[in-house]
Design a protein around this ligand. Structure first.
Ligand SMILES: Nc1ncnc2c1ncn2[C@@H]1O[C@H](COP(=O)(O)OP(=O)(O)O)[C@@H](O)[C@H]1O
Ligand SMILES: [Mg+2]
Length: 409
């Protein structure tokens, strides 16, 4: 029997549409002889749908019509592992089960799909899933905690000041002072846990700093402020694997057209002239791969190797699994390369960076599913609970329980 792979896409984040493109790309790339891809579309109002029609990108132009043909479902843990998708609401007659999945393949970007939320559900339902686990997903989503871990591992990240909304409301003067002293101006203000440049602003003087902070606070209650690199070159590298073994892809240079690479730049690039870099994109309605990019980045071999090494170290430091994209910023004036951020579910799963490294999209999806199964096998060797009922051991001299791996208690 083919392995049934539930591909999750859509979601509630601002990157909903990008996720639909990425999700369908993954479904169409999968080896149909080995895997049965089952689409699970999460609508902006959080309803889950399944159905064949959801695999057709054209159908999304009329979302209402599409959803009237799709089946709303809820997940229920299957007896033998995996998830059963049941019709929701339950039909008055007939079968409730729509399909069953053996492996979950989340292709959601941003809030709750990429931040560990959905991964937590997969953990509870005991289904193997593609990509980072709960901890790595959550760590990667928060720019503050991510940089704290990387800094601790001696990986190059920009200095920053971070704070919560409440601290700003209570004493903005001392935060401004701290930023001026530790970061200096110009600076860049970012929400700690969003993507797509949402809420990001540049501050060149104290007044614009306060404005940028107030604006960013509309999107998040935790902010991070960094020095602004004015002579900036942006390069990205994808990493595939797990904490045992991970490999780096080729590197892309992302060409920017505005002060900050904005949401419009990233996702609506096609309307402004499309790709210069030959990203190997499929014609699936634009999306991530239409950002202007050069692949491979025209940089010396040495620099390529440096970035690849940093990318793999970042991936491992954060405890990642599956495929991630690590974004770098080079300060050209000072010739320093910084790790900027990690995307643990990158747009289009970064397939174009692997194609350029001679790994086609089908092989990439295969590797990802196999990595999910490997992690599940590894986990089954660990002890999560002890066999004996400690209450029943009273008077017997304490716990002799503990199965494989040995609990210390
Ligand atoms: N310290 C910085 N100096 C200059 N530009 C920056 C800096 N940090 C981010 N940017 C610009 O803003 C963009 C978005 O920032 P990033 O940290 O990647 O957030 P997001 O998660 O929204 O993508 C980057 O791609 C880059 O163009
Ligand atoms: Mg970014």
């Amino acid at each position: 029997m083919r392995t049934r792979v539930g591909v999750f896409f859509g979601g509630i984040s601002v990157e909903h549409e990008v996720s639909v493109i990425s999700g369908l790309q993954a479904i169409h790339a999968m080896d149909a002889d080995r895997y049965e891809a089952i689409p699970i579309y999460i609508s902006k109002d959080r309803t889950w749908y399944t159905g064949e029609k959801l695999t057709d990108i054209e159908a999304y132009k009329d979302l209402k019509a599409l959803l009237s043909e799709a089946t709303p479902v809820i997940p229920v843990a299957a007896d033998n592992g995996g998830i059963v998708l049941q019709k929701n609401p339950a039909p008055r007659f007939g079968k409730r089960e729509v399909s069953q999945i053996d492996v979950a393949f989340p292709v959601l970007h941003g809030t709750f799909g990429e931040d560990g939320g959905l991964q937590g559900l997969f953990e509870l339902m005991n289904i193997p899933y593609v990509g980072c686990d709960v901890g790595a997903s959550a760590l990667g989503m928060d720019k503050v905690t991510m940089k704290q871990v990387l800094r601790n591992e001696k990986l190059p990240v920009l200095n920053d000041v971070w704070f919560y909304n409440r601290e700003w409301q209570e004493d903005s003067a001392s935060i401004v002072k701290q930023i001026e002293e530790e970061i200096g101006l110009p600076a860049i203000v970012k929400p700690a846990n969003l993507g797509s440049s949402v809420g990001i602003g540049v501050a060149r003087n104290q007044e614009s700093l306060e404005i940028a902070i107030e604006e960013a606070l509309e999107y998040a209650s935790k902010l991070i402020v960094e020095p602004l690199i004015t002579d900036l070159k942006e390069m990205n590298c994808s990493v595939l694997g797990d904490t045992d073994e991970a490999e780096a892809s080729v590197i892309e240079e992302v060409l920017k057209t505005e002060d900050i690479l904005s949401y419009a730049d990233k996702y609506q690039g096609s309307s402004r002239g499309g790709s210069k870099g030959g990203s190997g994109s499929k014609s699936m309605g634009g999306g991530m791969e239409s950002t202007d990019r050069i692949i491979p980045a025209p940089i010396p071999d040495e620099e390529t190797e440096q970035i690849q090494t940093l990318a793999v170290s970042t991936f491992k430091a954060l405890g990642c699994g599956g495929v991630s994209r690590i974004d770098f910023m080079k300060d050209e004036a000072n010739d320093i390369i910084y790790v900027n951020e990690i995307n643990t579910i990158p747009g289009s799963l970064s397939f174009y960076l692997w194609e350029a490294a001679d790994k086609d999209f089908q092989t990439l999806t295969n590797d990802l599913i196999q990595l999910a199964l490997k992690r599940q096998r590894d986990r089954e060797r660990l002890t999560f609970s002890i066999d004996s009922n400690l209450f029943s051991l009273q008077g017997e001299g304490g716990g002799k329980g503990g199965s494989k791996g040995g609990s210390k208690r």
